[in-house]
Write a protein that binds this ligand. Structure first.
Ligand code: ADP
Length: 441
């Protein structure tokens, strides 16, 4: 049976290595050395004569002096030769050795390289001329001087290197790029999340502080608003009780003031209680389908009478009905009373109030116009926030809780409507309540 050419070459290499070994063993034999020395002859063992190697015995003895075993590499006739030696105990210092050509040595280690199978890299052993002597991928070719990584094999094979070549260097740099970009992305996301978290915490803290401030203001505003009507009610009640006033017109006027102040107190307490109910979602409406037009007319008449008594000039433009709406009448009355009493409260000088009511495009529209202080520019929406007061009690001297408009807006929205505030040309404000009109059927 004929052998494959590759196998034949390997066989040749192996026979060359064997020849080297034979040479060394023959050398040792010619000096009548024994590999094994009986224990009783150890003392008489001869000194080490070792002359079959191709470099001088004295040089060799110098190199192995004092050692127990080792490996030496030397160039012999321009070929690298590796010498393995050992000084076994009991041989009286004799040295046993074996010499191999580096190429043969490599044949011995080739099976260790073959299992290195990778789709991404080729492992190569380069000789001292930077030429491959073994490859983990057969027939692989590369610029041998530019490996991806390289390491010297060691003193035994000087200038020989184990090297690694990437098969797809671009793919590696692409995945490195991808990893870098992903890392940058993740770092960016982490920083973004931290920044957003910090912002939310800062906003929440700011909101909590504002709320705490508003609540403190509310307590002082409400105390003020409770005290004022109570003081006047008590004062007029005492005057009447002590019969110090006898003029019937004055008595009637004092009684009216007491009624107005009592109404103011009731309104404030109702607002506070209703606000608490709305906050706890406990406000219940008793809605029914009704014609709002006569209700609005009646309400305005009583308000106009009160306003006139307070020195206001009033005007009204109420369209004819019917205006059908599905509403809780008491709640709608509460909204309109809050808006009218604000128009009165915030008009300390120019006391003019206009009331308009009509139906337009399926919306019942009720407008209260005053010529008062007006809402500061940019605060037309803020004044609907709970406890917010654009004119606080201390600076304006006008009492209030900051809840009237909050309630008005909530009630209107709960009925599918709205309340809006506009600055009025020529000074003052316009507050508009809208409610959806229903068909009577
Ligand atoms: P308050 O009890 O303070 O009147 P509101 O909720 O009714 O509470 O009103 C909130 C704020 O809106 C008031 O403090 C006031 O600054 C402003 N405001 C309301 N109505 C008017 C108005 N007709 N003219 C000017 N400012 C008004």
């Amino acid at each position: 049976m004929s052998k494959a050419p590759g196998n034949a070459a390997a066989d040749l290499d192996r026979s060359a290595a064997a020849q080297n070994m034979d040479q060394i063993q023959a050398g040792i034999a010619s000096q009548k050395l024994r590999a094994v020395v009986p224990q009783n002859q150890i003392a008489a063992a001869p000194a080490v004569p070792f002359s079959q190697l191709n470099f001088s015995t004295s040089r060799f003895l110098q190199l192995v002096a004092g050692g127990h075993d080792g490996v030496l590499a030397r160039y012999v006739e321009d070929e690298l030769v590796v010498i393995f030696w050992v000084r076994p105990a009991g041989l009286g210092g004799s040295i046993l050795g074996a010499q191999m050509k580096a190429a043969d040595l490599f044949n011995a280690i080739r099976p260790g390289i073959d299992p290195f199978a990778s789709r991404d890299a080729c492992l190569a052993i380069l000789d001292d001329h930077a030429q491959p002597v073994a490859l983990s991928i057969r027939k692989y070719n590369a610029s041998w001087k530019n490996p991806f990584v390289a390491t010297e094999i060691g003193e035994t094979l000087p200038h020989w290197e184990a090297t690694l070549y990437l098969l797809h260097p671009d793919a590696i740099s692409q995945s490195a790029q991808l990893i870098t970009e992903t890392l940058y992305g993740l770092i960016g996301l982490a920083i973004g999340a931290i920044a957003i978290g910090s912002l939310l915490i800062a906003l929440d803290t700011h909101r909590q502080l504002r709320l705490a401030q508003k609540k403190t203001d509310f307590v002082s505003n409400v105390s003020h608003e409770l005290k004022t009507p109570l003081t006047s009610i008590r004062m007029f009640a005492e005057l009447l009780h002590e019969r110090r006033v006898t003029d019937p017109a004055k008595i009637a006027d004092y009684l009216r003031i007491m009624r107005v102040e009592a109404e103011r107190l009731t309104r404030l307490i109702n607002n506070v209680l209703d606000f608490a109910r709305l906050e706890r979602n406990q406000k219940h409406y008793t809605r029914r389908l009704l014609d709002l037009q006569p209700e609005i007319e009646r309400l305005w008449e009583s308000q106009a009478e009160h306003l006139r008594a307070q020195g206001f000039s009033v005007e009204a433009d109420i369209a004819s009905g019917p205006w059908w709406a599905m509403v809780d009448n008491d709640s709608i009355v509460q909204v309109i009373v809050n808006l009218v009493s604000n128009a009165e409260k915030y008009s300390p000088e120019k006391k003019e109030i206009e009331f308009r009511a009509a139906v337009e495009d399926g919306l019942i529209r009720i407008e209260i116009l005053d010529r008062g202080a007006g809402v500061p520019a940019g605060e037309e929406k803020k004044i609907f926030e709970s406890f917010y007061r654009a004119h606080d009690s201390l600076s304006s001297g006008i009492p209030g809780s900051g809840l009237g408009l909050t309630l008005a807006l909530r009630i209107a929205r709960d009925h599918g409507g709205d309340v809006r505030c506009e600055r009025r040309a020529g000074g003052g404000s316009i507050f508009t309540l809208t409610l959806p009109e229903q068909s009577p059927s």
